[in-house]
Design a binder for this molecule. Structure first.
Ligand SMILES: Cc1ncc(COP(=O)(O)O)c(C=O)c1O
Length: 381
């Protein structure tokens, strides 16, 4: 059997990782500013994480949600404390798409309505409703198409008001910073408008925090910069530092009922152990503060490059918008300087490193970036 070939891959076999460094099978060291797509939040093979998972594996790895799993309550409590949303309720699942599916479904159960407002250039996942609220027709299969989704231009408050007035809106789903959409930061006034309209029309405000959440921006949820609370926050990626775990936290105004949501794997012992290790590390080592400081440093320095069109983002979620003629920068960073970065179309470099990235590693990147940009300007002989 061969693999179903859906990923354009780089010919690199990473076999080891320590902190923000990874190593291939030939022993070459790489600086990881991509974090395996914003997943590695506390660094590769973080000792606390490895120990927690190893210990848990020796106890029990999995049992279903038909029994008590005290680790889930421990995780909920810790998450409430670190995120500042102590009165919210946690439902655990396994991925970002699944978290958004549950959020959208729960919103509809809550208010009995069907229409969802999503935004242009959004990305919310690849499963049925998550992909339907994703603004990319190429990944929406005919079976996923639905009349229940209304796409509104990003940050267009007038269009948003009109969409609310013309439809029975169940929920609005919005990333605090669009990731796949090219690191577009939602303005506080836009998020405040969503909050006000959701209140006015009894709709549910869903804050997709799968990529922009979990401390990456310097606040636990990037939507927090607007000073308003969402009704549901969806999370995944950084939550388990590589262990597949996702979840939603739900405002106390939404009441649970048996059978409303459910999952086989969600919230298993190993996932909770991973999640707890991540939160302990974030809390005890002030990783949100580090993300804010190192991120601010990088953003300030990157804005000094005359070749860069725009630098967008907050904390360690950074987009470097480059002119079209700089289309090889990412490849050169990877193959000549051994630095992993992410991308967004058409020509944005995305930085999504671990939250404990050091200033020395940031400097290493800035030096390589300078070299690569200067080389792109030299006409080939
Ligand atoms: C904002 C956002 N939401 C949802 C998802 C989907 O997450 P997953 O791939 O874990 O299903 C992603 C993944 O990139 C994302 O960036």
């Amino acid at each position: 059997m061969k693999l179903f070939d859906v990923y354009p891959i780089n010919p690199i076999n990473i076999v080891k990782g320590v902190g923000s460094l990874v190593y291939d099978d030939k022993g070459t060291e790489y600086l990881d500013l991509y974090g395996g797509h914003a997943v590695i939040s506390i660094g590769h093979t973080n000792p606390r994480y490895v120990k927690r998972l190893e210990n848990q594996l020796h106890q029990i790895g999995f049992y279903s949600n038909s029994i008590e799993i005290p680790l889930q309550k421990e995780l909920a409590e810790k998450l409430g404390k670190v995120s500042g949303k102590e009165d919210y309720q946690l439902f655990l699942c396994n991925s970002g798409a699944e978290a958004n599916e549950n959020a959208l479904k729960l919103a509809s159960f809550y208010n009995g309505k069907k229409k969802v407002i999503a935004f242009r250039n959004s990305f919310h996942g690849r499963t049925s409703l998550a992909v339907a609220v994703t603004d990319n027709p190429k990944i929406v299969a005919p079976v996923n198409e639905t009349d229940n989704v209304i796409f509104v231009p990003w940050q267009d408050e007038v269009a948003l008001e009109q969409a609310f007035a013309a439809n029975e809106v169940s929920s609005v789903i919005v990333e605090g910073i669009q990731g796949v959409g090219g690191i577009q930061v939602a303005s506080p006034s836009f998020l405040q408008k969503i909050r006000a309209l959701c209140d006015q029309y009894n709709a549910v405000f869903i804050a997709d925090s799968v990529q922009c959440g979990y401390g990456r921006t310097g606040k636990f949820f990037s939507h927090d910069f607007a000073g308003v609370n969402a009704d549901i926050y969806s999370m995944a990626k950084g939550m388990g530092n590589g262990f597949p775990v996702g979840g939603i936290i739900i405002s106390p105004k939404i009441q649970p009922a048996y059978g409303m949501l459910g999952t086989t794997f969600g919230g298993n012992h190993l996932a909770c152990a991973a999640g707890l290790a991540v939160l302990e590390e974030i809390e005890q080592n002030n990783l949100m503060q580090n993300a804010a400081e190192v991120g601010e440093y990088l953003i300030t320095e990157l804005r000094k490059f005359p070749q860069v069109k725009e630098v967008r983002g907050r904390g360690l979620m950074i987009g470097i918008d480059l002119p079209a003629e700089f289309s090889n920068v990412r490849k050169d960073l990877l193959f000549k300087h051994h630095i992993f970065t992410g991308e967004a179309k058409p020509n944005v470099i995305r930085l999504l490193p671990a939250l404990n990235l050091t200033k020395a590693h940031a400097d290493k990147f800035l030096k390589a970036f300078t070299t690569v940009l200067n080389q792109q300007l030299v006409p080939s002989l």
